[in-house]
Write a protein that binds this ligand. Structure first.
Ligand code: ZN
Length: 147
């Protein structure tokens, strides 16, 4: 494992961290009909009844209710990064409290499917995904059980 020299998001533009260190997801909102989208994009409102072709970047709720979940018990195939040795991890689908859209994410280490229950309050955090050859630790948004 290379030594970690800095930390960067694995994917640019999906979340931001405020001055207090709290992350929030970045989504898109249609200015014409109010529909929210995640991951963010600049155009193509998904509402079939809306003709708007511009979406604006907006911060999304950092909390929501657990809508569904699963547990990965096998490592993903290359080129997807996986811990070695592989540790099972949970994936959560969380319905954001204000927007109502469902956002998938890994669940933090130490929380598996047996710990989860549909309807639970979840909150956003971030976690390391892998460290690249240049020593950059790549992070992703993740869900944890709300404290
Ligand atoms: Zn729209």
């Amino acid at each position: 494992m290379p030594e970690v020299t800095s930390t960067e998001p694995a994917i640019d533009g999906w979340f931001a961290v405020d001055d207090a260190g709290n992350p929030h997801l970045i989504g898109s909102k249609c200015p014409a009909c109010g529909t929210y989208v995640f991951p963010p994009r600049e155009n193509n409102c998904p509402n079939p009844a809306c003709a708007s072709d511009t979406l604006a970047a907006v911060p999304l709720s950092t909390r929501g209710k657990l809508w569904s979940y699963t547990e990965n018990r096998y490592p993903p195939p290359a080129p997807y990064p996986a811990a070695d040795p592989f540790e099972p991890f949970a994936i959560a689908a969380v319905e954001l409290s204000d927007e109502g859209i469902i956002v998938l994410g890994k669940v933090v280490e130490g929380t598996l499917a047996a710990d989860l229950k549909v309807g639970m309050e979840m909150e956003l955090t971030t976690m390391p995904l892998f460290t690249d050859d240049g020593g950059v630790q790549r992070t992703v948004h993740a869900w944890r059980i709300s404290s």
